[in-house]
Design a protein around this ligand. Structure first.
Ligand code: OGA
Ligand code: MN
Length: 261
């Protein structure tokens, strides 16, 4: 990940910078908006409230994740810039999943080598107590949950990385409880010093990162203090970021496969 301090790029400039990395993901389906505002403040100056979908989405971003793994094609890179930042909290953190993979013991590496997990935004949001409907926003689709490997080989460097995050659930071949415990343990141990970088934003800063080998999260902030960001996501390569299979159900209580015995 790279930080370019105090660039003050316009929305169009951010989109053009993103376009240098590949095809931009449309985060507002049906609309051609390559770079979207992520703001807890409405244009009339009032703040969003806990019942708003956007509030739930912004709070959801506070859990470790990599972008768009719940979509048929996951994101390969992203840009995030700060327009307005609160004085306390609201930092962004990134964790290196190559180093996290390397730090695993041999037994764990062997155990997860051939495992996969389903990825769903309905699942990750439900874990935070947020109910969502199809059509609630980007990612709340009816395409089902994509199945993704827990170990990802980087398509450009060939290096292995742990590929998980809050959207991952229901490892096929494992009991629901065991799967949940394993995913929690992996995430918890992966996102620790010295593999985590925290950025304290200044207005105008822009970050650029590789979603194929890093996890990220926003740190909590007071939702009555303005935090205005702009996000751009670069779509992955179908050869390496397109999920092989899907399940129709995305409800967390319906684990697709609980056991293969
Ligand atoms: C995102 C995201 C984190 C933040 O835009 O995808 O996770 O700090 N943002 O706002
Ligand atoms: Mn994100």
């Amino acid at each position: 990940m790279l930080i370019f301090p105090k660039q003050n790029l316009s929305r169009e400039q951010q989109s053009r910078l993103g376009a240098r990395l590949g095809e931009i993901e449309s985060l507002a389906p049906g609309k051609d908006i390559p770079t979207i505002p992520l703001s807890n403040q409405r244009s009339d100056g009032t703040f969003i409230s806990p019942g708003d979908n956007l509030y739930k989405i912004l709070r959801g971003n506070e859990g470790w994740h990599t972008d768009s793994t719940y979509m048929p094609i996951a994101s390969k890179a992203a840009l995030l810039s700060a327009q307005k930042v609160p004085s306390d909290g609201g930092e962004t953190e990134w964790a290196d999943m190559r180093a996290a993979y390397d730090a695993l013991d041999t037994l764990t590496k062997a155990k997860i080598e051939n495992l996969s997990a389903y990825h769903s935004l309905f699942y990750s949001q439900a874990e935070m107590g947020y109910e969502h409907q199809i059509g609630d926003g980007y990612g709340y689709h009816d395409k089902g949950s994509p199945l993704r490997t827990l170990v990802k080989t980087h398509p450009e460097t060939g290096r292995k990385a742990l590929y998980t995050g809050r959207h991952a659930h229901a490892i096929p071949g494992m009991h629901a409880e065991d799967s949940k415990n394993l995913l929690e343990k992996l995430l918890q141990s992966a996102c620790q010093a010295p593999r985590v970088y925290r950025h304290k934003w200044h207005a105008g800063d822009i970050a650029m990162w590789d979603n194929r080998c890093l996890l990220h999260r926003a740190r909590p902030y007071d939702m009555t203090k303005a935090r205005v960001m702009r996000a751009t996501r670069i779509i992955g390569d179908p050869a390496t970021e397109q999920a092989a299979t899907f399940v129709d159900n995305f409800a967390p209580e319906i684990s697709p496969i609980t056991s293969n015995t």
